[in-house]
Design a protein around this ligand. Structure first.
Ligand code: ZN
Ligand code: ZN
Length: 241
């Protein structure tokens, strides 16, 4: 009977939690499939216009149509399809940070909802495998977890396909990345990843938390293609500018 009591108590707690905004904890006025209040929903709205469909770069005016940026028109990225949530700033940046450094599982549920929405909105074909951008093992030990792997797990639940967590491995430290410019970032990560599982003939979906210059995802996509993957798509939550 103790078990039944606990589960009733838990159900009551979940019921209350379910009616609160998962970002600011405000009580939700209306039953909504999405667990955010109107204000946070606006702050965490997906980018539906004003971006490049080939790399996700977000234009200054979010109301402009979706069109390929100059850089992608000059040279196609190594991946085929792109799915992402929105601009990496404001509330999305805060959410990703809090999840990364606070290990907040309540926010994990919200991230999963955002991931589901982004996946469904971009209509990419179902991949054969979901592969997170890897970190060096020592870095994972430092931080406690790899956020890309966590997001790949969440996306795996959405798609119904467990992620291939060791599909790629990082073979070189690139930790100086944040202090470098665009061209230097590409040089710094070139060849820093290699396939650690058989990706031959596979349609790979790469997952990262944030795309900045695209240098890391480019290096990862090239590693998949070098391992004879037949197609690579990319998925990330936030696009930095
Ligand atoms: Zn809220
Ligand atoms: Zn582009």
């Amino acid at each position: 009977m103790v078990g039944a009591g606990l589960s009733r108590g838990l159900a009551a707690v979940l019921h209350v939690l379910g009616r609160r905004c998962q970002f600011c904890a405000a009580v939700l006025e209306h039953a909504d499939a999405f667990p955010l209040c109107r204000n946070c929903r606006a702050l965490l709205a997906p980018r539906v216009n004003g971006y490049c469909p080939d790399c996700g770069i977000c234009y200054a005016d979010p109301a402009t149509p979706v069109y390929s940026c100059l850089s992608c028109r000059q040279g196609k990225p190594p991946w085929s399809g792109v799915a992402f949530h929105g601009l990496y700033s404001g509330a999305l940046r805060e959410l990703i940070h809090q999840h990364k450094f606070g290990h907040d599982h309540g926010l994990g549920l919200l991230l999963r909802d955002l991931i589901r929405e982004a996946w469904e909105r971009h209509c990419l074909p179902r991949p054969d495998c979901i592969v997170p951008v890897p970190m060096l093992p020592a870095r994972v030990l430092d931080r406690g977890f790899n956020q890309s792997a966590e997001l790949a797990r969440m996306l795996g639940k959405v798609i119904g396909l467990p992620p291939l967590l060791s599909g790629l491995r990082k073979i070189r430290d690139t930790s100086a990345q944040s202090s470098l410019g665009r061209a230097e970032r590409h040089r710094n990560v070139a060849g820093a990843f290699e396939a650690a599982a058989s990706l031959s003939g596979q349609h790979v979906l790469l997952v990262d938390d944030v795309m900045t210059t695209g240098a890391t995802l480019t290096a990862c996509a090239k590693a998949c293609l070098a391992a004879k993957a037949r197609r690579v798509d990319i998925f990330f939550l936030g696009r930095a500018v």
